[in-house]
Design a binder for this molecule. Sequence first.
Ligand code: ADP
Length: 623
Amino acid sequence: MKETEKISFPESLKLNLRAFRVMYKASPKLVLSYILHSFFTAAFVYVPIRFSALVISALEAGDPPEKIRLLVILTILGTAAGGVISAFLSRFRSVYMDEGAYPVIDKIWQEKALSMDFAVADDPKTQALMTEIRQFTNGGGYGIWRFLRLLESFTKAVASTLGGIVLTVTMFTSRVTDPKTAVFLNHPLVTLLAAAAFILIALLTQKIAVWAEEYWYKNADEHSAGNRLFGHFGFMGMSRDRALDMRIYNEYPFCERWIGDKTQIFSSKGPFAILSRGRVGRMMALSAALSMILTGFVTAYVGLKALGGAFGIGLVTQYTASAVMLFVGLSESAGILGNMKANAFFLKKNFDYIDLPDPMYQGTLTIEKRRDRNYEIEFKDVSFKYPGADTFALKNVSFRFRIGQRLAIVGENGSGKTTFIKLLARLYDPTEGEILLNGIDIRKYDYKEYLSVFSVVFQDFSLPALKLGEVVASSSDYDRKRAEDALERAGFSERLSELPSGLDTFIGKDYDVSGVDFSGGEKQKIAIARAIYRDAPFMILDEPTAALDPKAEAEVYRRFDEIAEDRTTVFISHRLSSCRFCDEIAVFSEGKIIQNGTHESLLSDAGGKYAALWNAQAQWYTE
Ligand code: ADP
C-alpha cells in the first residue's frame, strides 16, 4: 500500500469531491442527514457555553434578579431545544447511516457490475479489482465508506472552528486595562504570536495523530488479508456447505495450521497490537499530551488577560472552553484532510471500477415482436479469441439455425461449445466475421431487446432465495397459472402439490427460514420452468440434465416437446445418447464445427469424430 504517497493533494481533493457527488446523487437524504447532524451537534455545544458566560457575567455585574432569571430561563430553554433538535437529527442520521448507507453503496456496485459488458466483467483484471475493493471495504471500511465517516468528522470540525471563532475573537481584541499586569498582551504582535502558537501546537497535535493513523493505512493489505482469511475460514465448521467435507476429511486441524498465525494478525501478538504498544502508542500519547499543553497555554493567556482587567469571570469560562475547541477544530480539519488524502488511494480504486469502459457497441434497432417465432440466426465465418488469449477459441464457424429446429451441440471439453453460446447471446462480440439475426448484424440491435430473444438454462444457473412463483416469473407481479404451467412442463408439478405454500414457498432458507431446501435436480427443474415462463423464441439448454437422476433425465426428454414447443432450441450435452431426439447435431472440435447432421447420418460416417465419441460412450450404456 506504498502507493498512498503517489496521490497528490489536488488529486485527492478531486476524488473526495467526486465521492461526495456520487453519494449525494445516490442518496441526498443520507448525505444531508450526515452533514446536518454533525454540523448542528458541534455548533450547538457553544450555546450553553455562551449562555453560562452571560449568566455569570450578569451575576458578577450585580444585574437585577429579573434579568438573571430571564438569562437562566433562556439558558435552560436553549439547551433543551438544542438537545431535542440534536436527538431528532441523530435519529435522522442513524436511519440513513445504519439502515440506508449499506444498500445505497451496494446499489452503486451492483448497477455497475450488471450493466458492464460481460467481456469486461469476465476479465480476470476486473475480478481482481473487485476482490481488492471488497477486501478493503470489508476490512477497514476504506474507500466510499471511510469517505462518509470522514465527511462527518470534517463537518464537525468545521462547525467547531466556526463557532469557536465567533466566541473567541473578542478574547484577542479585549485590552488589558491594568498598567501593572501583563500590559504587553495588548501589543498586536503578541496577540498574533499567541494565536500562531496556539494554532501551531494544535496542528502539531493533529499531525502526530495523523502519522499514527497512517500506520493503519500502510497495513491495510495485511488487515484485508486477515479479514479475507477469517471470512473464508472463520465459522467453517458451522457452514452447511462445508460441514460434511470438514467432518469426513477432518479438515479443521490442517486448515488451522495454515491460517493459525495469519489470523493472529488481530491478536495481542499481531502487528497491529505491536504498533499500538510501540510506535503508534507513543505517538498517540504525545499527541494527547500536546493537546493538554494547548489547554494549559490557553488557560494561562485568558487568566493573565482577566487579571489585567480585559474581561470578567463570565468570559473567562467562555474563552477557555471555546478557544480550545476552536484550535482543536481547526487542527482536526487539517488532520481530516490528511486522512481524506490517505483514503483517496482507495477511492481511486473504487472509481477505477466505476469507470471501467464498456467498449461493446450498443445498437438501437428494436426487435420486431413476432408471434410465429420466426427469428433466424446465422453465424457467418465467425472467429473468436478471448481478450488476452493467443489462440482462437472459435475459428471460421459458419452456421445457420433453422427456425424451430432442435440443435444439439456436442464435443470434447474445451472444443468451443460454451464460447459458441456466449457469442450467440452476445456476451462477447466476434473477433472476425458476423452474427446475423433476420439478416441484420446483431450488434445493430438494442442489447436488451436482443437478449429478450433468448431463454437460457446455464449449467451453473443460480436462483434467488425468494418465492418459487416469483423466481419462475422473474417478477413479483406475475401470472400464477402460467407459472404453474411452466413448472408442470418442467416436471415439477408433483413436488409443487406437496408444498404447503405452493408458489409462495421460499427457495432455500436465506431469505426466510421457513423456506425449502430443494435438491439439485429440483432446482434444475425450477430453472427450466423459469426459461419456459420467459417464453423467448430461442431456448438454450446447457447440460440441462446434469443434476438429474436417470429417471428424471428421461422424464425431461420425454417432456422435451412440451418444454421446447416450436422454439428454436440449442441443447448442449456431454451425453450423446441424450441428443438423439434433436433434429441436427453439430460436432465441435478445436473451435470448429467439424461435422453436422442427424444422429443416424453422423453415425454412418464410421471414421468421423461423432462415431468415435459415440463408441467411446456406448460402452457405458447397457441398452
Ligand atoms: P467447451 O464449452 O466446449 O468446454 P469452451 O468454449 O469453454 O469449451 O472453451 C473453448 C476454448 O476457449 C478453450 O481452449 C478454453 O480454454 C478457452 N476459454 C474459455 N473461456 C475462456 C476465457 N474466459 N478466457 C480465455 N480463454 C477461455
